[in-house]
Structures are given as C-alpha cells and as structure tokens.
Design a binder for this molecule. Structure first.
Ligand code: SF4
Ligand code: SF4
Length: 387
C-alpha cells in the first residue's frame, strides 16, 4: 500500500508553494526515499500546449521550482520537460517553454529544460500496444518524477497522474494513436499500458491542484481553486484521492478501466489516505465533463459503443467568429476530418471520431463541443431520475 500525501496551499506565492511541496514530501518520508545522490532525474511536467500559467492548463512553474529546490539537496542533475500536444521539435518546445514560463525554472534553479527531442522505440507489451516510441528524456533518466496538473478532460473526464504519462510519447504520434484507439475504453487501456511500462522508472507522482481547471479541459476550461498539492508513488491511488476532491473517482473511465485490470481497488479502505479529511475540502459545483454515459458503455460490443459515441457524446462545432484559420486543428486531427477553407476551419462531421484533439490544441478557443439532441434528452431524463 502506498501512502497518498496532501497539503493545503492558498496560492502560487513561492513561499506558500514551497511549504506545501516540502510538506507532502516529508509526509512520504522525504525525497531521499525516492532519489539517490547524483542520479539523473527527469521531472515530467504537463505542457499540453503553449499557454500562460494563469490559464491553469499546465503544471505551474512555482510548483516545479519548489520541487527542484528540494531535489537539488540530493542531486543537481535535473531535467524538466514534456512532449506537448503538437510537434516535438526544438522550435515548438521553446515556444511552449517560454509561454508556460518554464524558463523561470531554468533561470532560478539548477534544473535544465529538456533539449533532447529524440525518441526511441521500446517494448510496451501492453494490452493494447506491443511497441511504442518514448521520448529520450524519459529513457535516458535514472529516475522520473511525474508532476502534473489537476484538470478536467473533455474526452477522458479527468486528467491527472496516469493520463499525464501520455506525454511520454513524442509529438504527433499521440495524434496517430488517438486515431488507432478512438474508443474511450481502448484509449484508457493504452494509458494503463504506458503507465505499466513506465512504472519501474517513475519514483513519484505529484499533482498541482492549487488552482486546477474545470469545464472544457484540458486547455479551454476555467481555472478553479482547489487549494491542494498531492503526491504518492502510486498514480492510480493518487488520482482516486484527487478526483475525490470534486467528484466520484470511479465515474472516471480511466479509473474504471484500471479497476477492471486490477491496478486499483474501489475499496477506499485499501488506500493509505484518510478520506474523512476531505469533508471540508470538497469543491462544490465543480464542472465535470459528462463522460458518465460513455463510461456506461465501456464493456459493450463495439457497435453499441459506436452508437453511444454518435448519440451520447458531444459533437464538434467550429465557432467561425473565433476561428483564425491557423490550421493547427487540421494538422492534429487524427481522422482528417478538418480542412481550412476560406481562412476558416471546416469540419466533415461524418469523419470525426470525437477525440477532441482539435479542441485541446486550438489556440483561439474556436472549437466548441455541442450536445446532440439525444444527449440532451437522455441527460435530462437521467437527472430527473436521480432527483
Ligand atoms: S479552429 Fe482553431 S486551430 Fe482550427 S483553424 Fe480555427 S483557430 Fe486554428
Ligand atoms: S475534428 Fe476534432 S474531435 Fe473530430 S476527429 Fe478531428 S480532432 Fe478529433
């Protein structure tokens, strides 16, 4: 059983974040339990795309700086990085580092930002994938600390410790895998496969939940104060505690799939965390994307899932007033359902697999998710029934 540690943090003032980060590490027995002197440590943050830390879609630089301050007492060989949702090149990642203020980390600590944008093929031997490309920053490190952001996710419901490991895959291969695994259950199995491959090297998982994101996450939602920093060596149990701060953990498809695979238990007594302490920390009215309906169909035959996806998930709509025709969504659409016509994105709805990569990566918030008629009817019905 791995302990889950949590510490309150009021804001991103350096002293407050330092106190909370140091406290969770102390609760887990100290960083020396996880990292040996002079080891090369890769801190895998969440840099989904270029966006200011104030939007709360990426791991906050102050939280990473607080971790590096602790880590540097043991080793100075520290690399910080991620493979963002776009291309994995020096040019693209430098824009992301600048915009996400990761450059602050390099300026104020001994840590370096990853500048090796190569990758290698590894044996995944997973349920969904046998081989996969993984970034060198991960494979060349002695140990890894996964430090993510607490956010909602339009496709998966929630993104935390396990989902953040999707960023170990370089650039546009992520888009290709979305196309190969359009089914939510299959995609969650892929995430579990990546975690199972990576677990021998990841010594610690941390979540920046000081201000998270609700609604249309992981990039277009609204910042929401949660006020916590969390850490554990078990990413599934960490995610269970993190979701318990605003919702029901096993409503989330990823945790449902992980439970079915025996990677986590829904018996909360098996988790080393006092859930009673959440009573006065629970965040009311947290806007969670409706993934419950898709979750209900996780174990159904493919044709049922296909119908459920068509009628019970939100469809993509381009807001022509906001669209600037930059074409980023076109490059990242795994189903080739988008093109730019007359300087505006145009969607072929019949080709769309509803992976929501376009919504995640549109820099102008021009990709909206709209409820279908059946979606509205069924959700009204289920809410009435619940009442
Ligand atoms: S929808 Fe967004 S990403 Fe796509 S072309 Fe328009 S502005 Fe660019
Ligand atoms: S249009 Fe958007 S949601 Fe549809 S397949 Fe392309 S990227 Fe995914």
């Amino acid at each position: 059983m791995s302990k889950v540690a949590m510490s309150a943090c009021a804001d991103y003032q350096p002293q407050n974040v330092q106190t909370a980060v140091s406290d969770v590490l102390l609760q887990l027995g100290g960083l020396q339990n996880f990292v040996k002197p002079d080891q090369k440590v890769f801190i895998k943050v969440n840099l989904v795309r270029e966006m200011s830390p104030d939007k709360q879609g990426t791991t906050h630089p102050e939280a990473v700086i607080a971790l590096v301050n602790e880590l540097s007492k043991i080793t100075q060989n520290i690399i910080v990085g991620d493979s963002c949702g776009g291309m994995y090149t020096k040019g693209v990642m430098n824009v992301v580092y600048n915009k996400c203020k990761m450059t602050e980390i390099a300026n104020r600590t001994c840590a370096k930002l990853n500048d090796d944008f190569d990758f290698q093929t590894v044996e995944l031997n997973g349920k969904s994938l046998q081989k996969c490309e993984i970034i060198n920053a991960f494979t060349s490190a002695d140990v890894v600390i996964n430090f993510t952001k607490l956010k909602t996710h339009s496709f998966a419901g929630y993104t935390g410790a396990v989902k953040n490991l999707y960023g170990l895959i370089p650039g546009l291969l992520k888009v290709e895998l979305h196309s190969r695994f359009p089914d939510l259950g299959d995609f969650c199995n892929l995430l579990c496969d990546i975690e199972q491959y990576a677990k021998s090297k990841i010594v610690l998982h941390m979540i920046d939940g000081v201000i998270g994101m609700e609604g249309a996450g992981p990039t277009n939602g609204k910042p929401k104060f949660i006020g916590q920093i969390l850490a554990s060596s078990n990413p599934y149990e960490l995610d269970v505690v993190a979701v318990s701060l605003f919702g029901k953990p096993f409503d989330m498809p990823l945790l449902q799939v992980a439970k079915e695979r025996g990677l986590v238990s829904d018996d909360l007594d098996t988790i080393d965390f006092d859930f009673a302490t959440l009573a006065d920390k629970f965040v009311d009215n947290f806007d969670i994307p409706e993934v419950t309906s898709a979750n209900t169909f996780l174990n159904m035959p493919k044709w049922v899932k296909k119908l459920a996806k068509k009628y019970l998930t939100k469809k993509v709509k381009i807001d022509k007033n906001r669209c600037r025709g930059c074409g980023k969504c076109v490059t990242h659409c795994p189903a080739e359902a988008l093109q730019v016509v007359d300087k505006k994105a145009k969607l072929k709805q019949s080709k769309c697999i509803r992976c929501y990569c376009c919504q995640e990566l549109c820099p102008f918030d021009a990709v909206q998710l709209k409820k279908t008629f059946m979606y509205r009817v069924l959700h009204t019905f289920s809410h009435t029934k619940k009442k």
